[in-house]
Design a protein around this ligand. Structure first.
Ligand code: A2P
Length: 331
């Protein structure tokens, strides 16, 4: 495979640092590596593969040099301004922010679900929301088999999804200190409030799950609803997913389909108290599904419990997988 010139924008952040870990673990074929962040951390160094790299300030001239792929995780406003600049220089941006996800010219990709969408990019590819990625990894093979009619999401999301400040609020809260990032204490609490509230009463996180599920599954009219909740867990999001299908569904067959689905691991042995857990998922790249059972209140419904590391599969790993496909296509 050809070695690529790669930029990581937001390299000092929680997702940015995980990009570097995942790139190394996967032996990503790097020629030149450029680490970029804000002026605040310009001049500091980060290690990659045993070598120190100086972090440079992201500016309008950062992409004047030859760069093939840029992984962005530096917030929506940074992506809004700098992703088009990078793309205009021939860079393919894989963007972790929400900025471009609903743009019809921007593919929204989970490699296990819709890798074919990568090919129609015009310089920017969006990485979906963390909660959406783990959900669709499980829903896609079931949609292919039974055709989904309606989805109800209820999430239990880790504080790492709110960045370093969210993590610190839980650490400090466990010591009795007041929150700085969240509007209420997160220690010993559940906050049904992730991202901002919208006019329809949903939070933006809930609407992201709805919009993004439809876009990735290529079904703009799919009936989806969501309640997203921040819980006092450091890492890994857990989700209860209720799915209703057009066609009759068989629980044993669902287990078989999911056990064969790429990137998905079935953990479902109630007799031995075995089901997906946030602590077990943390630090891994798979999506875990269990508690697979019929929804007895409808004809063709099932309930699922889905857990994944939100910083890895929910962000960094998914973006690196997209970059791997791009790198292969450049060879
Ligand atoms: P910096 O460390 O210089 O602030 P997190 O979400 O974990 O806090 O990480 C956010 C990442 O985005 C950090 O690497 C941060 O860099 C970077 N970042 C934030 N604002 C900008 C900006 N205006 N230009 C470039 N990078 C930015």
């Amino acid at each position: 495979m050809k070695k690529v010139n790669l930029a990581v924008v937001g390299a000092t952040g929680m997702v940015g640092r995980t990009f570097l870990k995942v790139l190394k673990e996967r032996n990503f074929p790097i020629n030149n590596l450029y680490l970029m962040a804000s002026k605040r951390s310009a001049g500091t160094t980060l290690e990659y593969d045993g070598k120190e790299y100086v972090v440079e300030e992201l500016t309008e001239h950062s992409f004047d040099k030859p760069i093939d792929i840029a992984l962005f995780s530096a917030g929506g406003s940074t992506s809004e301004k700098f992703a088009p600049i990078a793309a205009s220089h021939g860079v393919i941006v894989v963007d972790n922010s929400a900025q471009w996800r609903q743009d019809p010219k921007v593919p929204l990709v989970v490699p296990e679900c819709n890798p074919e969408d990568i090919s129609w990019n015009s310089g920017i590819i969006a990485n979906p929301n963390c909660s959406t990625i783990q959900a669709v990894a499980v829903l896609k093979p079931l949609d292919d088999k039974y055709k989904i009619k309606r989805v109800v999401y209820s999430t239990y999301q880790a504080v790492s999804g709110a960045g370093v400040a969210g993590w610190k609020d839980l650490e400090d809260g466990l010591k009795g200190e007041a929150p700085k990032k969240f509007p209420h204490p997160i220690a010993g609490n559940c906050l049904p409030h992730i991202d901002v509230f919208m006019d329809n009463g949903y939070t933006k996180e809930e609407m992201k799950m709805i919009w993004e599920t439809r876009k990735i599954l290529h079904d703009p009219d799919l009936k989806v609803t969501a309640t997203t909740v921040r819980v006092p867990v450091f890492n890994s999001h857990s989700e209860s997913i209720n799915v209703e299908f057009e066609n009759p569904v068989d629980v044993e067959e669902v287990k078989k389909i999911l056990s064969e689905a790429p990137g998905v691991v079935v953990v479902d042995d109630p007799a031995h108290d075995s089901y997906p857990l946030a602590l077990d998922a943390a630090g891994t790249d798979d999506v875990y599904v269990g508690r697979i059972r019929r929804d007895e209140s409808v004809d063709n419904g099932i309930n699922l419990w889905v857990v994944a590391d939100n910083i890895r599969k929910g962000a960094a790993t998914n973006a690196v997988q997209i970059a791997q496909i791009l790198a292969e296509s450049m060879s």
